[in-house]
Write a protein that binds this ligand. Structure first.
Ligand code: BGC
Length: 367
């Protein structure tokens, strides 16, 4: 096994005029990751197949323009509020907070998505690479001002990416606001174990040990029902090819144009003994063609699975490779969409001076 190492290179200028850098992290276990301080975007991620052959398994671009001229969320850190808030509106005490509601699925009512028109993904963050024992990583920091995208309170944020000798990529989030505000962070990496230009991920196997999911209205806002997955195309408890039922006649799949839904994780189920205490397995994704796999474990209560269903995902990616419909799958650990308007669900409100914490691990291996 080699020693962990890192390299720092220029990554170009963002559309906001900020200079970005990229970090090449070489883990002791063999996984190599290229990440940018531009929203913590994962540019490349090489994982081994059964024969130890490395391949880049994420969707990304050669410079910031790929994100700036297309969907901005490929592989980035999402904040302050990942996912949707209906009408961009919620209450804190008796006060109504109004955010821009720019996202609108056909038939929807408008909502705030992923933090607004310039979410935390669209900033160059402070970034300090490190090597600590067998681990290599980057500490990212950002300050979101009071009123940023309409949200109340200044928030100091820290996200640490760590690549371990066991080929685990750990993401630790921390954020402290100075006023009560909703915080729901996630990582929006899209995997395709055949490579980003390898076509659809419908042939990947997915296992989600969750008994229920959240149906939505036409605007992709949860209706409030927690529906049992039993007998539906959302039952991945025993593992299923993503494409097996993705085109089945089902109202929820029609609204999402495929999977774009939130599963409610069952605390403790399928928890592996290799997990640090408190993390539960959210999903296992693998590719039968080459055996590459990832197991996602989290401290979060939910998992949004998104199979890149929107037609605008017709972009040119790294090295001129062409992306196609359903070219990647995002496994986004988080609290449920529209939680600020659902007091009966686990709260996303963080009070002044309190620390928001969240951890997700991506364990790369083979099956
Ligand atoms: C959402 C999708 C959205 C996508 C944008 C996902 O997290 O669930 O509805 O289109 O992000 O990249």
């Amino acid at each position: 096994m080699k020693k962990p190492s890192f390299e720092v290179l220029d990554f170009g200028v963002t559309k906001y005029g900020q200079k970005a850098k990229k970090f090449i992290l070489r883990g002791k276990g063999g996984v190599i990751m290229e990440v940018s301080d531009y929203g913590g975007k994962i540019i490349k991620l090489f994982t081994p197949d059964k024969k130890g052959k490395l391949k880049d398994v994420v969707v990304g671009f050669d410079d910031p323009s790929g994100w700036d001229n297309g969907d901005p969320y490929w592989g980035c850190i999402i904040g302050r509020y990942g996912n949707r808030i209906a009408h961009g509106k919620f209450k804190i005490g008796s006060k109504t907070v109004r955010l821009p509601a720019l996202n609108n699925a056909p038939g929807g009512i408008g909502c705030n998505l992923h933090g607004g028109s310039r979410g935390w993904d669209a900033y160059v963050w402070g970034a300090e690479p490190f090597i600590k024992g067998d681990d290599v990583g980057v500490v990212f920091t950002h300050v979101s001002e009071d009123g940023d995208e309409g949200f109340p309170g200044k928030v100091e944020v820290k996200v640490v990416y760590t690549l371990t000798a066991a080929n685990v990529w750990r993401v630790d989030y921390e954020a402290v606001p100075d006023k009560t505000t909703p915080i729901n962070m996630t990582q929006h990496v899209y995997f395709n174990f055949k490579g980003e230009a390898g076509g659809t991920i419908e042939d990947h196997e997915l296992k989600i040990p969750a008994k229920s999911y959240l149906p939505t209205d036409a605007g992709q806002i949860p209706t409030g029902e927690m529906k049992s997955v039993a007998g539906t195309p959302f039952d991945f408890r025993r593992g299923m090819r993503i494409g097996e039922k993705i085109n089945a006649p089902d109202r929820d799949l029609e609204i999402g144009k495929g999977y774009d839904h939130c599963w409610v994780l069952d605390k403790g189920e399928m928890a592996s003994s290799r997990r640090p205490r408190g993390l539960i397995t959210a999903a296992v994704l693998s590719c039968p063609l080459n055996g590459r796999s990832v197991e996602v474990a989290t401290s979060e209560p939910c998992l949004q699975v998104y199979t890149a269903n929107w037609a605008s995902y017709d972009q040119t990616a790294k090295g001129g490779e062409h992306l196609s419909f359903r070219c990647g799958v995002a496994l986004e650990t988080q609290h449920a969409p529209d939680s600020p308007n659902r007091p009966e669900w686990p709260t996303v409100f963080v009070k002044a001076g309190e620390k928001y914490r969240s951890t997700t691990e991506f364990r790369f291996g083979t099956v």
